[in-house]
Each structure stands twice: as C-alpha cells, then as structure tokens.
Design a protein around this ligand. Sequence first.
Ligand code: MCN
Length: 771
Amino acid sequence: MTEVGKARKRKEDRRLLTGRTQWTDNLRQPGMLHVMFLRSPMAHARITRVDVSAARDLPGVVAAFGGQDFAAEQGSLPCAWPVSEDIVIPDHPPMAVSEVRYVGEAVACVVATDHYLAADALEAIEVDYEPLPAVLDMNEALAPDSPKVHEAGNQAFTVKITSGDVEAAFRDAPVVIDRTYIQQRLIPSAMEPRAVLAGTDGDSFTLWSSTQIPHVLRVMLAVVTGIPEHKIRVIAPDVGGGFGSKLQVTAEEVLCLLLTRRLGKPVKWTESRSEGNLTVHHGRDQIQHLRLAAEADGRIRGLQVELLADMGAYLMLVTPGIPMLGASMFNGIYKMDAYEFGCTGVFTTKMPTDAYRGAGRPEATYAIERVMDELAAELRLDPMEVRRRNWIKHEEFPYTTISGLTYDSGNYEAATDRAMALFGYDKLRAEQADRRDRGDPVQLGIGVSTFTEMCGLAPSRMLGAANYGAGGWEHGSVRMLPTGKVEVITGTSPHGQGHVTAWSQITADALGVPFEDITVLHGDTAIAHKGMDTYGSRSLTVGGIAVLKACDKVKDKARKLASHLLECSPDDLEFAEGVFTVKGTDSQKTIQELAYAAFTAHDLPEGVEARLDSDATFDPENYSFPHGTHLCAVEVDTETGMAKIRSYVAVDDVGTVVNPLIVEGQIHGGIAQGVAQALYEEAVYDSEGNLLTTTMADYLLPTAMDLPDFVTDRTETPATSNPLGAKGVGEAGTIASTPAVVNAIVDALRPRGIHDIQMPCTPERIWRALR
Ligand code: MCN
C-alpha cells in the first residue's frame, strides 16, 4: 500500500503531547526583558498627554514609552489587499500617537525584568484622553451626519460585481426571496495565545512569534521598520493554533522588534486571554442582504447580494479582502443566469476584523444555504429537492459558474446520497412529521448544507487580478542526506495541521524511502528560506505539491547518476520503491546508494553535482474546490428554547486524501467551530464600545461536552488542478456546518411561523422567537 492514503498517526504528536514543545513563551534568552502594553479604555478619544515617568522609576522597570516615542520609527501596519482603486487605507501606527479608535489599542508600554513587574508598572502611567464619539453600528456609521472614525470618513471601500442580466432575472420572477442575515462578530481563540520574542546581536534581528506566516511577516517587518530584510530572521516555533488569527502583522511584533533595537536586549511579550480577546483580530461581522429570484419550479434565475462588512478601526493585513473572498461563493453549487455582488467596507471604533477560519466563505455559504431553505419553504418542496434542481450535475464538470470561477470537479449527487443514507433522512423526516402531529413540545428540525468552497490559495495570477499584494505559489526542498535519510524543507508553516506527517507520506511514495527516514523542517526563514505560509487551506494543494515536484527533480538527478554508475542509458532504468533497475536485468542502485555516491563524489558524470538535493516552486492553475453535504438533526425544546444537536453527518469530498486521520481531525475541528458560530459564540460590545466578552466565561467557546458525535465519511472526486488530485480540507467543516445547524433549528420552528433566528441561536433567542 502506498503511504498516501494511510491513516498514519502524526509524527509531531508525541512531542506535543508529552510537553517537549517550544512555545514562544517558553523561550528564554540571556538578559531577556518583558514588555507589557497599556491599552486604551476608550473606544474613541484624542490622546492629550502620556506620562510614563512614574512607571520608569519603579523597581525592575528598565524603560517605559508612549506612542510619541515611537512616532518617528514605527511606520504603519500594512494592509496588503486594497480591493478597490479608491479604498481608504488609514495610517495604522502600531502604538497610538494622537488618537485611539478601539478599546484595547496600545497607548504606552513598560519594559521590565519580569512580566509581572511590567504589568504592575502599567498602573503608574498617566494618560489623558479627550473623548470622541464611538461609532459602532455600520448603518449609522454610513449616515452623512455620523461621527467619523477617520478624517476620510467611515466608508473604506465599495465594490460591485455583476454577471448576467440581473434585471431580467428579477423581472416578473414567480418567486423572490428577500432576506437579511447577520454574521455576528467572532473572536478567534487559539489554544496558545499570541507571544513574541525579539532579540538582536546589534546588527541582525531574530523574531520568534506565534505566527502562521513567518515568511510574509519577515518581508512586512522589513517594509514597516526599514530594517533590511536580510538582517531579519523570523522563526515560528511550535504554534498552538491560529485559525487565521495569526495570519497577521501585529502591533506587538513590530513594537517588540523596535524595543530590542532600542534597548539592545531580548524583549518578550505574551498576551493574556483577556488581552487576546480585545486585540487579536476578530472575524465575520457582516450584514448580508440577499434577494433570490426563482421560477415556480424552484429553478434559480438570479441572485443579488449586498453586504456591509465591519472593518473595525483599521485595515489590517487582509481585512478588506475577507468579504471579497466570499464574492464568488454566494452562488454556491448552484446554476443561475444572473448574479450581482455589492460590498461596502465600513469603519467602526472596534477591533479590526480579518481572516478567521473560512474567511468570507463561511459567510457566503451560510447566506446561500439559508436562502435555499427559504426557497424550499416558499415552494413547499423538500430542501434537498430544491438543491437537486439547481446544483451543477457531476457530468457538467468542469463548470464555470455565474461568478466566473471554474469548478474543476465534483459530484454533489454522490456525497448527498451517501450523507442521506448515513443520516437516515427519510426516517428522520417521518419522525419530524409525527412530532409535529402530536404537538410534541420537543420538535425535530433537519438542516441541510450542500456546500463548496474555493481554497488552496491560490494561483498567483488570480490573486494578482484580485489586487492582492503577494503571490500564491509555494516552495519545497528535498535534501538527500549522505546516509540516505531525507530532509524536507517546506515553505508552509503548520500550526496544528500535521504537515510533518503528510509531507513525509508524500515524500515516502515519491522517493521510495521509508516514512520514518524523513524529517520535515519549517517555520524558520533561515532554514525554509522561501515560502508563503499556511492559511486558506492551501498547504497541501500548493505546498505539498511543491514537495512532490522537488522529489521529481531529486529522482531526475538520481537517474542520471544511476545510469552513469550502471553504464546504461537513463531511459533503460526503471524506478520503483526507491530502486533504479536496468530493465530486464538485476543490475540495481537504491536511491540511498546514489545519495551516498553523490556525497562522496568519487565518480560523478559530467553535469551532476555532488548532491541529490532539489527544490521546486508550485503555483497552481486554479483554486481547489472541495465540497460536501452536511446534515444536522436538532431537537428544539419549545418550552425552554434549548436547541440540542441530536445527530450530525458530514460527507466531504476533498479529492485524493493523503492522510484520512488528519482529514477527519480537520473536519471534526472545523465542524466544532461552525457549530460554535451557530449556537454559542459572539463578541459583544456595549453602547460605548467596550468589549464585554473578554473572558472565557463571557465568550462561550463550546467544549467537547457541548458537541455531538460527528459521523463523517467521504467521497473522492480527484481535483484536476494538481498531480495528487487533492483538494483542501482545513476550512471545509467550518464553512459547511453553520448553515446546517441553523437550518435545522429554523426547520423545527417553521410551523410556528419562524423563518430566522439570529446567531448564536441561544435558548433565550429561540424562546423569545417562540413567544
Ligand atoms: N490533507 C489531506 N488530504 C487532503 C487535504 C488535506 O491529507 N485531501 C491534510 C494535509 O496534508 C494537511 C491537513 O490535511 O496535513 C490540512 O491541509 P489543508 O487543507 O491544505 O490546510 P492547511 O494545511 O493549509 O491549513 C490551513 C487551514 C486553515 S485555513 C485554518 S483556519 C485552520 C486549519 O487549517 N486552522 C487550524 N486547521 C487547523 N487545525 C489546527 N489544529 N489549528 C489551526 O489553527
């Protein structure tokens, strides 16, 4: 059996599970200092005075600074995705100098010999604020008389995309569904909070950070601070999850670098959970207005989408691009004649939003899958039937959608049939009818989500066309060591996804070396010198393929050497399971023998270097389009409003699977996050712009106890855009699950005249809707 496809346990887990890890906060450096940031208690205010002198005098304090002290050197935090020509990208100083625009923005800092001394000394800093009005509601922010977040106004950008004749689609349409949904603001909650350690030898700088993007960060730190790129090394040591929240160039990273330059000593910062809730970039936060026109038989004519997307106070690394990642996804897996997408990015005095698992695609999928259920209800059709009448049929692939993407492959029928069988769809519908007839206080709802997503970010030319500031290629290197062992170096930066294991499987098959003989290095710009890092479920379909391509080049070199040593033509050699054999003979060389021969270099042919190492860059032709059918059964207690998931079936199609165990883990984690949005999580600001959900007691993260058993299965429709046939999986569960859960709740309540419940669907909200 090949390694690809094997449910290998993860190589990285023994170390992680036995505490032999290198979290950034565990790192120690001689003479290391600790920095803590004083954060604005006001959502919006002018800073009229910052006095750090009393803090400077406290025991253990080495230095204290206000924003003015950094004004000349701190630059502006970058936004790499200007989605329109006239987008407003306000200056974003890492430490506020003259104005604060959200609660939590850094206004001063203390550097001390100890983390707690630094924290205590923050209390001695005096800051005077002149309050300005908070701007919290997107609709109000766009009113002409609204107070302004930035001088240039509260509109960051507005974009419109049209395809087909929208007016014709809606003219005399037999059915028009018109709905507004709110994507509540979410707070990414990685297990490991953010942490940064910056050090210098006087000339060069090393920054350890709990980041997803060491390579992007290095470039950006050079651009922001003016420190030459070759003098900066960024290391992402073990990183305990990110979910998009560590796809960022943060104020703390820049400020730690500036502090180590100024003080000549290593400086570390680790956030507390409350500090993290306030200042890690938030996710979602959109108001979505959808209008869908359909024929009387349920066939969709056209779709109009109008979004308001809350940017928060500034545009961070990819803030404006997040709603745009959903722009081509509202049409989902469905065929239609016309589509219009409009989006306005709005500034408010809240923490900026940015990528959070799925980033734009969960929002789009939620909206279309909710609306499909509304269409079914309007036409008194089964929700699955409406979908069947509209989805792209398996024989129609490759299919170019109304929003202009070409879905390379898929089989929605197969995944749906499998999911319905596992779920016992018809039986559950019968039970639902029975409970309705009996007037059972506990009603049953069935939620359907037939989704696709675009991931595997991405073809560089497509990112360029979307005005994104970087490419989407990935890099991989393979080093054959003299003893025949293998080092793989990847530009991806795993933080929970198991790349060490998966890349070992790919390499083992490609080179015919044992899985155990392979090690994978990553996350250090001095070792993995090229890379675009990990996000957008891109690592396998871009980075894994780069490793595969590098293996191919190693084999080409080895073949040349083998033909020389075996005195035959390269074409006369067969390669299988790590051995080159002269066809029709038993004359052989193993790839390990060839690695050693290359190392000794005693007898190399012309043009062959003294190594079999190779590297490759892969830039795919297209995105990756995983899909699947998720079904959820929810019991809703109409007396208490409690909604409890009874069963959940997910049949996903991620093309060829490298490691089924990892894929299942990704789906599980993803579903948990999607269910969390449907039922539990919400960032809440009060009317003055104070975040109320700053602790785990207020921000309700579900635990394993709150989640049902998931039944998962797969269909495999290979991708055509990469040689493995793989599609991304890292975000699929999150994208698919939220609408499945909410559709189920609404389905249970529909006979009571309810057609929406605002997320998170808390017992209180359901109870109120019932009354
Ligand atoms: N895989 C596979 N076969 C496939 C597809 C994927 O075996 N057909 C494996 C890959 O080899 C890889 C893993 O599944 O080991 C995820 O691959 P991929 O879909 O390429 O996603 P990335 O590795 O690029 O991970 C990013 C993705 C994103 S965008 C978020 S957000 C997310 C996620 O991964 N954040 C995570 N999963 C996470 N898991 C953990 N533990 N922590 C996070 O922060």
